[in-house]
Ligand binder design. Sequence first.
Ligand code: AMP
Length: 448
Amino acid sequence: MPDARYHAGNGFGFGAVMEATRVTARILVVGGGGREHAIVWKLVQSRGVREVLCAPGNPGIESLAECVPVPVADLDGLVQLAVERAVNLVVVGPEDPLAAGLADRFDAAGIPVFGHTAAAARIESSKSWSKGMMAAAGIPTARSLVAMDVDSARQAIVEIGGDGPVVIKADGLAAGKGVVVAGSRIEAEATLGTVFNEGATGGTLVIEECLTGAEVSILLLTDGESVRMLAPSCDHKRAFDGDIGPNTGGMGVYTPTARIDPALMARIEAEIVAPAVREMARRGSPLRGVLYPGLMLTPEGPKVIEFNCRFGDPETQVVLPTTVGDLGAWVMAVASGTLDTTPQPVSSGAAVGIALASGGYPGAYETGVPIHGLDTVASDPEVIVFHAGTRRAGSGEIVTAGGRVLTVVGLGPDLASAQAKAYEAADRITFQGKMMRSDIAARELNKR
Ligand code: AMP
């Protein structure tokens, strides 16, 4: 069992809430990445949670929860598992099963679920639908047009960006790979052939104004009416130091950020979060789970780059460890529509997460490479290693199984000590071809 790590007080003091929301024994977490490892890590510290199952889980999760090898795409298998094991609540990690209707399936089976219906997941699964929702709710975001063919896309590129920068987005879920930030009209036009030929998103594009400013991720919990804001965090998406190289799923992350003070956070809640929650409910598809707006802090104020409908990966790996409070109580309250009865989350200390990736990522990379040194950091209360792409080889040894292999999280009273802790631990874990950035959180600290 994990201890409460850096925050000895995590997860305690909400007995009354727990009773009110009936947090019960058995929770099924769907997913098997670093995000789900962090969710399970936090849930097992919840006072009312006696057992956590995870499908399919990963070798890091195994020590905290029973991992059952049902893939996230097997909706029937997941419902069957939840019924057979009489789980009291399901927490869905990734966006794909939500968009495919997994939460609707649990609703039909009468099993409480933390996760949006497919209709509500459109806030992420269709960028054009999401932009329409934002326009209706008056939420600040980049100006945009929707294009269904090459000709209208060309027109939209000129209308939105003239000859200058413009952003082209595939409409559907693309695992972070559906966005081209083009420096000019010519560059933008050159991408159209590929986008329309690949056709993965039905050929629908959103052509968007190119915003400038600092990016921040906000994670919040909502039951469709009430909201609980978690601390803001910042991701490093580019592969190499200095924020250069190809886009990745995220090479590192930290919280808190000086980019957002309490006044700005209140403005984000009032101008972006509350209108989105209201508009989704008005449209008959209330949110029920996480809302995660990716924001650009532009000179005119915060604007939405995109809405996501689940916990961010890797943001969750730093936000949950610094959140003081009982995740079990919150997720159950979200599922039962009683979030207003729960305390506001409080954040304490800082966390820096460093992704250890396979050599070559985000391009081609080798898997099955043995990982060394995990045991050398296991007993440090200020280090947590979340598994993202690992598996257990026949010998029992833990080997690499993906592009992003581990997120090494350092905790501390402030960002500088959390960063030092994270790198100290990250240096002790080795595998052939290991790739990591050496400047995570440096933009905030001006060092390393
Ligand atoms: P997304 O998949 O929507 O998160 O976009 C990936 C990345 O593209 C974001 O993290 C931003 O850095 C960039 N991006 C997306 N939309 C815009 C925009 N309208 N203006 C500038 N950059 C953007």
